[in-house]
Design a protein around this ligand. Structure first.
Ligand SMILES: N[C@@H](CCC(=O)N[C@@H](CS)C(=O)NCC(=O)O)C(=O)O
Length: 201
């Protein structure tokens, strides 16, 4: 069975949510980047959350894990196929959720919690915050009131993007998420599979 090294509110939520949507069996194991267990470090020497084990397979990138699970345990409508018109948007937002949004959050969170007081509001922190908010404006404009970012249906790209609500909370900028994007995410949070995933400790 798939084992997901998970911490509530971390990017492992993407993977747990996807499994819940697909009905793929999984188990979770505790993952902490502050106090990593030996088992977790053995799977992910970087100690970033999540990590995944599936038989001989070890993975450490949440979006790649979603792609792997859909390919191995699908088919699923959460994936958009190359012959569908929404495919370019799907690919773009699947990646954008991490590379264009959440990745900017890590140094911002680290600065918020770990930098000396006189450096918490430095140029880089301001740059990162603006980078995230600018990209969220872009998502909101592209959504233009639609409930999903690609293919006119709920897909893994929405799971990828929606994680930024958690990242923004850790970064202390959750109140600045543009209203149309927050409405889009809150609508996704109504899904029973999301609610089951969010409750997994
Ligand atoms: N690109 C990775 C990022 C993983 C990541 O940075 N996870 C956060 C928790 S959500 C973490 O472990 N941060 C601690 C660190 O970067 O050392 C992914 O999507 O899985």
């Amino acid at each position: 069975m798939i084992k997901i090294y998970h911490a509530q509110g971390a990017r492992s939520l993407r993977v747990v949510w996807l499994c819940e949507e697909m009905g793929v069996p999984y188990e979770t194991a505790e993952a902490s980047f502050m106090k990593p267990s030996d088992a977790f470090k053995a799977v992910n020497p970087l100690k970033t959350v999540p990590a995944l084990q599936d038989g001989d397979v070890n993975m450490i990138e949440s979006v790649a894990m979603m792609i792997y699970i859909m390919a191995k345990y699908g088919p699923t409508d959460l994936e958009v196929k190359p012959n569908e018109p929404g495919y370019p948007d799907y690919l773009q937002y699947l990646m954008f959720g991490e590379a264009g949004l959440a990745a900017y959050g890590n140094p911002l969170v680290a600065t918020r919690f770990m930098a000396p007081d006189d450096q918490k509001q430095n140029f880089t922190a301001g740059y990162l915050k603006n980078a995230i908010l600018k990209r969220l404006e872009f998502v909101g404009e592209r959504l233009a009131g639609k409930p999903y970012v690609a293919a006119n249906r709920f897909t893994a790209a929405d799971i990828s993007i929606a994680y930024i609500a958690n990242g923004a909370r850790y970064a202390g900028i959750e109140k600045e998420i543009p209203a149309p994007v927050m409405a889009y995410i809150e609508n996704l949070w109504q899904r029973p599979a999301y609610q089951r995933a969010a409750a997994v400790k």
